[in-house]
Design a protein around this ligand. Structure first.
Ligand code: MET
Length: 403
């Protein structure tokens, strides 16, 4: 069922599923099966050759997973979507598809630690090099493009600094040079920004985060603009590397997706209140929140994002020791990586999500030992703020020395 006039909030619930094709079950059934029985040997041959449509084996497709893929393709304004067993499986699949040995990948100034690890691996194994760049003006992007650049890989907002990349600018330069643009849209969700509409070729998500929203699944999604190319990826890198999602996890994500818009409203409202509180705290040095007037790219945020995300990053005085002490003082806010869960989470990127990046490169990305990343949960903002206030007061008391 699909209607192009529906808003995304409605599509989240209805698109991609036709109950008449599933014995009129109102919600998507779970096809927990590894393989599918062919009506005849000839039918099996035709399914393998692509002559006939139909399921073969769940690594190549599954009806529950297909509903998730169709829904996400529409939500991201793409032609097709592929679901994976983790966000990193989506990242590695699209990079293996878009690069070959000796190519160069131009990246935003910062990227997630495991994406960094994957790029290092591709360099070591296949001499696929990568560089980091602010991607802030057309001239500087042109200068950073090398003769062998085939991909521009961007996070926006960047994990965990909340720095933004101007997608329209980067897409224009990428198109001019025939370079593929891949955007990690995890921090915004499909409701926050639409990179494919702005000119990206691929958008990907760690579905572990906002899309599932309940902290009980690891999954990834890749959406592309070219249906034939996506089918090729399904039948090559995805099938043969095999990082696919389980039907049960796809089913859980479909359940989570129904409430994405109401969850995002609360995540964002809470993050706004937390950012405003932190901005007035004397022990806090800087707050990084895209929709705050104090964010250096607030104009860009309001141009390309529908809201400012549910994440807030901030630095405090006193370095690593104070940052860890602060985390240990929190009662309601949980110390954990990941984001987009019902629970408010805090983590220390320099020693956690981005710890694999060598310190000098990490600091160039803006990830110091004073930086903390908070994922606003679905609790009442006042309770989260109260927990942060108490922890900050205790930390300030311990780390401020009066002469
Ligand atoms: C293994 S570290 C984890 C996770 C996640 N991508 C994050 O940024 O929090």
């Amino acid at each position: 069922m699909s209607n192009q006039n529906w808003m995304k909030e409605t599509k989240l619930i209805h698109t991609g599923y036709q109950h008449s094709e599933h014995k009129d079950a109102l919600t998507v059934p779970l096809y927990q099966t590894s393989t599918f029985a062919f009506p005849s040997a000839e039918a099996g041959e035709k399914r393998f050759s692509g002559e006939e449509d139909g399921m073969i084996y769940s690594r190549l497709g599954n009806p529950t997973v297909r509903v998730l893929e169709e829904k996400m393709a529409e939500l991201e304004n793409g032609a097709a979507c592929l679901a994976f067993g983790s966000g990193m499986a989506a990242v590695s699949t699209v990079l293996l598809h878009t690069t070959k040995a000796n190519d160069h990948v131009l990246c935003s100034r910062g990227i997630y630690g495991c994406t960094f690890g994957l790029l290092e691996l591709l360099e070591e194994k296949y001499s696929i090099t990568h560089t980091f760049h602010p991607l802030d003006t057309a001239d500087s992007i042109e200068a950073a493009i090398q003769p062998n650049t085939t991909v521009i890989y961007v996070e926006t907002p960047i994990n965990p600094t909340m720095e933004l990349v101007d997608l329209e600018l980067v897409a224009t330069v990428a198109k001019k040079h025939g370079i593929r643009l891949i955007v990690d849209n995890t921090f915004s969700s499909p409701l926050g920004q639409s990179p494919l509409q702005i000119g990206a070729d691929f958008v990907l998500h760690s579905a572990t985060k906002y899309i599932n929203g309940h902290g009980d699944v690891i999954a990834g999604l890749l959406i592309g603009t070219d249906e034939e190319e996506m089918l090729k990826i399904r039948m090559t890198v995805q099938k043969d590397v095999g990082g696919i999602i389980s039907p049960f996890d796809a089913w859980l994500i479909l359940r989570g997706l129904k409430t994405l818009s109401v969850r995002m409203e609360r995540h964002v409202k809470n993050a706004e209140k937390i950012a405003a509180f932190l901005e007035n705290e004397s022990f806090v040095e800087h707050v990084f929140y895209p929709y705050s007037d104090k964010h250096p790219q607030v104009e860009l945020a309001k141009k390309q994002m529908a809201f400012g995300s549910g994440l807030v990053s901030f630095t405090i005085k006193g370095g690593k020791e104070a940052a860890q002490y602060l985390m240990n003082q929190l009662e309601l806010v949980q110390i954990a990586v990941s984001l987009g869960d019902a629970e408010t989470l805090i983590q220390h990127p320099a020693t956690m999500t981005h710890s694999v990046i060598p310190e000098n490169q990490r600091e160039e990305m803006g990830i110091t030992h004073s930086l903390l990343r908070l994922s606003a949960g679905l609790e009442i903002a006042e309770d989260i703020v109260e927990d942060l206030r108490n922890a900050l007061q205790a930390t300030e008391k311990k780390f401020t020395f009066h002469s």
